[in-house]
Design a protein around this ligand. Structure first.
Ligand code: PEP
Ligand code: MG
Length: 542
């Protein structure tokens, strides 16, 4: 049992502290991604029959427990799960090679699409999709629920949380602690975007038990047992001294919802639109018509300013089912990002042509960039495709160490670069960005990352290529100041951080930011680099 006042260190996410009661989440497996079966169709059909019958029983139980109104919903869902035409549609999917869980999800999706547009059914679509998940989970023998409390103020503690887990966060979740995970983990990204204070990579949290009161103190990179909010480490309260930040602050988006939300911030356009996030569940390739419609909607909704769209960055941590990618021993080092131009050139061209149509429909300024570029020849190939497809500024992401040394050769090839510090850290430090226990190597304050970034900014300046940073590191107000001090032309942050990053960048001038960056270069550890920057910044703030 941890004593009152015990301090557990980790990596903080967010700028405000919160105290609440610990709720330990039991670990469970995530739902596997869509997959093909090994050839035994009958066994897939049998698995599906059993799962349907199990889920049907689960729904009957739920209907019994639920109140009158909800009971009707469960009864309706039970009828749907037993529907013969749905079962036949799933068998057709199995015939085309999908395994039983994927086949049922696909069949439900087709069914859902038929019903969309009917206002009485629109509301039920989420329930119907949830039904498909229940069947898939049953086949895989996975329990889906985190069983989080709905009321109260809880700090949830777990190993790490997947996208399916974070989707279940209730309003009672006021803070998050993960034992593993790092600053680029899904948990960190979601907590930052939802403004939930979190401390990740906090090994000591393994000893926290249900019911204990804790202070989640992200600015202090710590959790304090029985700590009070009044004891929290204060974030530097930057005071804007000018109306405009020293470099533009854009927003990162991945959906129409994000685009709409980003437009409510002071972001100057979008610095990273992750297009693959639209397709993480798509087992069928989206047509050009569908792409044009969704891109146009997102472009129209986006905050004023240029919109930097990244072509599909599938593979590794972002599997896209319809691209049917081969299983690889080491996917982070495999055929991913722009390397897909080999097997899936047609989709990248479709995307660029659809973006051009969407650009015209929306009347917006669109920049396009390719992910995971390692060679100048790849940048040339992408620039040719992009310029042939439309009227864009053309760029690449800098995420591999090799391309840093190619920047002089990019003169005249690309108009801009954008640094993805999440992947750059992964490849620079040879540390899997989702690895549960390598958070320290992925800390953006690591001196080697800071030096690599400063080389990128200088090389770009030397050949007049516009440079930005769109990795998670650009969501940290103090780090954004260091980036501006290095000479980057813009940053793009998680939308919840746009305001804080903008204020920090409006609180000083470029030469002060440059001095802070110079001072940080003396650091030998990540902690030292951060402390130097914070000490300098607090002298300027207020
Ligand atoms: C990055 O790698 O820093 C980046 C912005 O891209 P993503 O996180 O989508 O890989
Ligand atoms: Mg990346």
């Amino acid at each position: 049992m941890l004593a009152s006042g015990a301090v557990l260190t980790g990596l903080g996410v967010g700028l405000s502290a919160i105290s609440g009661e610990v709720f330990r989440v039991k670990p469970h497996q995530p739902l596997p991604v869509p997959a093909k079966h090994s050839g035994d169709k009958q066994s897939e059909i049998d698995k599906l029959k059993t799962a349907i019958s199990n889920v049907s029983q689960e729904l009957q139980q739920l209907a019994k427990k639920a109140g009158e109104t909800s009971a009707e919903i469960f009864e309706a869902l039970e009828m749907i799960v037993q529907d013969e035409s749905l079962f036949d549609a799933a068998i057709t999917e199995i015939e085309t090679g999908w395994d039983a869980p994927t086949a049922f999800v696909n069949a439900v999706e087709t069914f859902a699409e038929l019903l969309s547009g009917d206002p009485t059914f629109e509301e039920r679509l989420a329930d119907i999709r949830d039904l498909a998940k229940r069947v898939a989970a049953n086949i895989h023998g996975i329990s889906l629920g985190l069983n989080l409390p709905e009321e109260g103020r809880y700090v949830i503690v777990g190993e790490d949380f997947s996208p399916a887990d974070t989707a279940q966060f209730t309003k009672a979740v006021v803070g998050v602690i993960t034992i593993q995970g790092g600053p680029t983990s899904h948990t960190a990204i979601i907590c930052r975007s939802k403004s939930i204070p979190a401390v990740v990579s906090c090994a000591g949290a393994a000893e926290l038990v249900d019911g204990v009161q804790v202070l989640v103190d992200p600015v202090g990179d710590r959790v304090v047992v029985e700590g009070k909010e009044a004891d929290a480490t204060q974030a530097i309260s930057f005071v804007a001294k000018s109306a405009e930040p020293i470099i533009p602050v854009r927003a990162n988006i991945g959906s129409l919802e994000d685009s709409i939300a980003a437009a409510t911030t002071a972001a100057e356009g979008v610095g990273l639109f992750r297009t693959e996030l639209l397709y993480l569940q798509s087992t069928a390739k989206p047509s050009k018509e569908k792409q044009i419609a969704s891109y146009a909607e997102i472009l129209k909704a986006a905050p004023e300013g240029p919109i930097v769209v990244r072509t599909i960055d599938a593979g590794s941590d972002k599997p896209v089912p319809f691209l049917d990618m081969p299983k690889e021993e080491n996917p982070a080092l495999g055929v991913r990002g722009f390397r897909l131009v080999g097997p899936h050139r047609d989709f990248i061209v479709d995307q660029l042509e659809s973006l051009e149509e969407a650009r015209k429909l929306s009347g917006r300024e669109v920049w396009v960039m390719a992910p995971m570029i390692a060679l100048t020849s790849e940048a040339i190939e992408f620039a040719e495709l992009a310029r042939k497809a439309g009227n864009f500024k053309v760029g690449i992401m800098v995420e591999t160490p090799s391309i840093i040394y190619e920047i002089p050769n990019l003169k005249g090839v690309v108009d801009f670069i954008s640094v993805g510090t999440n992947d750059l850290s992964q490849y620079l430090f040879a540390s899997d960005r989702l690895h549960p226990s390598l958070g320290t190597l992925l800390n953006p304050w690591q001196p080697a990352l800071i030096r690599a970034l400063s080389v990128i900014a200088k090389e770009c300046e030397a050949v007049s290529i516009y440079s930005g940073v769109c990795g998670e590191s650009a969501s940290d107000p103090a780090f954004a100041v260091v980036l501006a001090g290095m000479g980057f032309d813009s940053v793009s942050s998680s939308r919840s951080q746009v305001g804080a990053v903008r204020t920090a960048l409006s609180s000083l001038d470029k030469s002060q930011a440059h001095d802070i960056y110079q001072a940080v270069l003396a650091a030998k550890t990540a902690d030292e680099a951060k402390s130097i920057a914070l000490a300098k910044l607090s002298l300027l703030a207020g």
